[in-house]
Design a protein around this ligand. Structure first.
Ligand code: ATP
Ligand code: MG
Ligand code: MG
Ligand code: MG
Length: 571
């Protein structure tokens, strides 16, 4: 492919766009890769589209390599599918919703678990059909509260979403592991620096889940990384045990308050104290308490494991609002719930007394209660102040806090979430009754995983990690063209540049040729640095002696090479 700058649909800008806060946004607009067309909506210009397609192609190759099969769904989806799983509610205002001319409700798909589950149910019936993994690369819509950073957080963006279907937990673990390996290959090939962190399950509500975070100051995720072992976790999930080990983690016996009736604040404080100061200093993630105990009405209600955030919202909801089930309609006021677990603010708002083991977030315990005793309890137990409106801020992990694995100090870093893998389990299969008929004629409930990569966000993440003050600096694997050819003068120089460009192209190398008339060498060099192709060939004055200059955008090196050998050298 030969692109000529004389007619390429691109305009480079000398000035930064006013609204751009982060380098990728600034540079991709300045270099003419994307243009903003709506809040959180971007048009891809030819150079940008090439990069996006290259990223998608790498993702596609690695998905195909593990046997995932590509399909494609519409974005306009019947609302009732998302009602059936409760996600119309869970996603809340993040969902774009609309009505057709008959008044039927639709959503613009934010992610497609429901539809994939139904498709498999539609076509597969027997255990012999499984396992299967399907994926698509398509546009997603989310009405983000704060679209920002250009491509980093769009309201319309490109995602690869894959879904695995298995008959048993072991199958799901295998499918998850295959995706994880594929992600490692994808992000390696993309030239991204990344860390795999333990994650919470978000609105998906599953158990095992990891995120691929690309370290960058522009990232919106904060994660902790151990300075001694390989423990890394999203700060929202600090206590989540590190990726499943070969043997199952042994949890100590569930700690359930067996106090008849309501456990008192005193008993909670006493317990929290005994855990917080009980003389043990050798806590590990495996010691995370089994249960969070809520007191609802007369009955202590045990909901899930803080370690894996597997809180059963339905049980809480049913217990609190048995008649209406209307508890969580307004999700904007329960930010923690949207993330799929019940956090301290939510519990405080609901007026629920509870106790979280302090080891869930190192050195922190929460006991809530709107009375004086409760406030006192918090200050004793947490060493933190009770917030006057009766809520407690979610405790933050701090740099230097002990690693839940090995107790060495933790570091806090920022990253961009470029990928996310989940073991969903049977939540969606339960919602739609997805069963396979087993060999004995009995139905087997299918178990699922879902696996996302933010393809458009990846483009921005690559730029965040590969740029300097002069412009973009693409890894070879995703650059729109591998080579940028410049002639600094007319006549023989321009003709040679054009000939070299054709020769490189005929060897299968994609070339951008600066054949614009009447520009200074300085302007051409500045544009080459802004546009960011990995190799620049400069045909200049030394052509008279038979030399051209080869510049590497990646490491900044320059060398003169004989004009006759440059094509061989590059290809
Ligand atoms: P975030 O925490 O950044 O809001 P998410 O956890 O809501 O992302 P997932 O539901 O896990 O996102 O979606 C899978 C992938 O899609 C994410 O890992 C991310 O790379 C990408 N993605 C999610 N939201 C956006 C967005 N608004 N713009 C661009 N990419 C996105
Ligand atoms: Mg999100
Ligand atoms: Mg996230
Ligand atoms: Mg996510």
């Amino acid at each position: 492919m030969l692109l000529r700058l004389s007619n390429l649909f691109v305009r480079t800008l000398r000035e930064d766009p006013a609204e751009a806060e982060v380098p990728s946004h600034r540079l991709l607009v300045r270099a003419g890769y994307v243009r903003r067309v709506a809040p959180g909506g971007y048009a891809w210009l030819p150079l940008g589209k090439l990069v996006l397609d290259r990223v998608a192609a790498i993702v596609r190759e690695e998905m195909n390599a593990i046997g995932a099969q590509e399909v494609s769904f519409p974005s306009l989806l019947p609302q009732e599918r998302y009602e059936a799983t409760g996600r119309l509610r869970d996603y809340g205002p993040d969902l774009f919703r609309l009505k057709d001319r008959r008044g039927a409700g639709y959503v613009l798909g934010p992610t497609h678990e429901e539809l994939f589950t139904l498709l498999v149910k539609d076509l597969y019936a027997s255990y012999r059909d499984y396992p299967v993994t399907l994926y698509q690369i398509g546009t997603k819509f989310r009405d983000e509260a704060r679209p920002r950073g250009g491509l980093l957080r769009g309201r319309e963006f490109l995602m690869k979403d894959a879904y695995s279907f298995d008959l048993d937990d072991e199958g799901l673990r295998r499918a998850y592991a295959a995706q994880r390996e594929a992600y490692i290959r994808v992000f390696d090939r993309l030239g991204l620096d990344y860390t795999i962190v333990a994650a919470m399950a978000g609105a998906m509500g599953g158990s095992a889940s990891e995120e691929f975070l690309a370290p960058s100051p522009a990232g919106e995720d904060t994660y902790v990384a151990c300075t001694a072992c390989d423990y890394a976790a999203n700060t929202e999930a600090v206590a989540t045990p590190a990726p499943p080990a070969a043997t199952d983690v042994e949890h100590p016996a569930s700690t359930v308050f067996d106090t008849p009736g309501t456990p008192t604040i005193d008993s909670l404080v006493e317990y929290a104290n005994s855990v917080a100061t009980g003389g043990r200093t050798d806590w590990t993630a495996a010691d995370t308490l089994k249960n969070v105990v809520l007191q609802v009405g007369d009955e202590p209600l045990v909901i899930g494991l803080p370690g894996d955030r597997d809180v059963d919202l339905k049980r809480v909801e049913a217990a609190l609002y048995p008649a209406t089930g209307e508890l969580f309609d307004d999700f904007s006021s329960y930010p923690d719930l949207v993330r799929g677990y019940i956090g301290p603010q939510v519990l405080a708002k609901l007026g629920i007394r509870y106790l979280v083991d302090p080891r869930v977030v190192p050195a922190t315990a929460w006991v809530t209660g709107a009375n004086e005793q409760g406030k006192h309890a918090i200050n004793v137990v947490c060493g933190r102040d009770f917030v006057p409106d009766g809520t407690i801020e979610a405790a933050e992990v701090r740099a230097g806090d002990p690693c839940p694995n090995c107790a060495a100090p933790l570091e806090i870093r920022r990253g961009i979430e470029v990928g996310h893998i989940f073991q969903l389990g049977r939540r969606f299969a339960d919602a739609f009754g997805l069963d396979a008929l087993g060999p004995d004629g009995q139905p087997v409930r299918v178990t699922m995983g879902s696996y996302g990569i933010g393809v458009s966000r990846v483009v921005a993440a690559i730029v965040e990690q590969h740029h300097d003050e002069r412009g973009l600096n693409w890894p070879v694997s995703v650059a729109p063209c591998q080579v940028h050819v410049i002639a600094t003068g007319k006549g023989e120089q321009a003709e040679t540049a054009s000939r070299l460009a054709s020769e490189l192209t005929s060897r299968g190398i994609d070339v951008l040729l600066d054949d614009r008339p009447g520009l200074s060498a300085g302007v051409r060099f500045a544009d080459a640095e802004l546009l960011g192709m990995p190799v620049v060939v400069v045909v200049g004055r030394r052509l008279a002696e038979g030399y051209v200059e080869l510049r590497s955008r990646i490491d900044g090196s320059r060398s003169d090479v004989p004009v006759g050998g440059v094509v061989d050298l590059i290809s």
